[in-house]
Design a protein around this ligand. Structure first.
Ligand code: C5P
Length: 219
C-alpha cells in the first residue's frame, strides 16, 4: 500500500445510516454501522488524500487526518455532499441512505390514539450519488450495491441508471460479511468488466479499493 497514491486529491465519502424524523423523539433508520465508509476514509487519508467523511449517526471514532461532517437526515447528507463534491476528485457513496422520509415531521410527540392503526406517509429521498454524477464537473463517482441475488446484473443496472464510474457490489446473503460485519467481499463492476475481491477485513479491503481507485483516477 503506497502512502502517496492520492496526494493532492480531494476525496469525499458518505457513510453510515441516515435518520428520518417522525416527530421530536422518533425516527426511521437502518442498521448500517458505517464501518466500510470509515475504513475507506482511513485508507484514503493514509494514501495522502484530503479526505472528507460525510457521516450519518454512527458509534465510530473519526479516523486520523480525516475531516468529518456530521449529518442526520438524507436531505442534510444530500446538501453537504453536493457542496463538497463540486470540487472533489473522487466521491464514494457508502452510506445506507433511507429511501424514504415521513412527508411531515410532527412538531409535537405523536400521542397514542384510540384506533388500532395509524398511517405514516413517506416520500422519496433524493438520490445523492446520482446527483453527484450529474454535476457539470463531476468527480470519479463510485456507488455501492448491496444485493441478495443477481449481484453483477443489478450492480450493472445501478452503474448505468445512476451514471456511475464504478459500482462496488456486495452479496448480502453471504454470512459474516457486509452490513455491520468487520469483513467484506465485493465485486467491482464498471464499463471495463468485473473484478472479484474475496473476503478480507474491511481495513484491508479499503486499502485495496483505494489502490484500484487511484489507478483508475490516474488513467
Ligand atoms: O439505489 P440503491 O440505494 O440500491 O443504491 C445504493 C447506492 O446509492 C449506494 O452507493 C448509496 O450510498 C447510494 N445512495 C445515495 N442516495 C440515496 C440512495 C442511495 O447516494 N438516496
Amino acid at each position: 500500500f503506497q502512502t502517496g497514491l492520492l496526494a493532492g486529491k480531494k476525496v469525499v465519502i458518505t457513510a453510515g445510516p441516515t435518520r428520518e424524523a417522525i416527530d421530536p423523539v422518533r425516527y426511521i433508520s437502518n442498521h448500517s454501522s458505517g464501518k466500510m465508509g470509515y475504513a475507506l476514509a482511513e485508507a484514503a487519508a493514509e494514501a495522502g488524500a484530503h479526505t472528507l467523511l460525510i457521516s450519518g449517526p454512527t458509534q465510530l471514532p473519526c479516523p486520523a487526518r480525516v475531516t468529518r461532517i456530521d449529518v442526520v437526515s438524507a436531505v442534510d447528507m444530500f446538501a453537504a455532499s453536493l457542496r463538497e463534491a463540486a470540487d472533489c476528485d473522487l466521491f464514494i457513496a457508502s452510506a445506507a441512505v433511507a429511501d424514504y422520509r415521513p412527508r411531515e415531521v410532527a412538531e409535537q410527540k405523536i400521542k397514542k390514539g384510540e384506533g388500532e392503526s395509524i398511517t405514516l406517509t413517506l416520500v422519496k429521498n433524493p438520490d445523492i450519488v446520482a446527483a453527484v454524477a450529474r454535476l457539470p464537473q463531476r468527480p470519479f463517482t463510485v456507488g455501492f450495491a448491496a444485493e441478495s441475488e443477481h449481484l453483477v446484473e443489478y450492480a450493472r443496472r445501478k452503474l448505468v441508471r445512476k451514471k456511475l464510474d464504478l459500482v462496488i457490489a456486495n452479496d448480502i446473503t453471504q454470512p459474516g460479511i457486509g452490513f455491520n460485519s468487520d469483513n467484506n467481499a465485493v465485486t467491482l463492476v464498471d464499463a471495463a468488466g468485473e473484478q472479484v475481491i474475496d473476503q478480507r477485513s474491511k481495513t484491508q479491503l479499503a486499502r485495496e479499493l483505494v489502490t484500484i481507485l487511484a489507478e483508475k483516477l490516474a488513467s
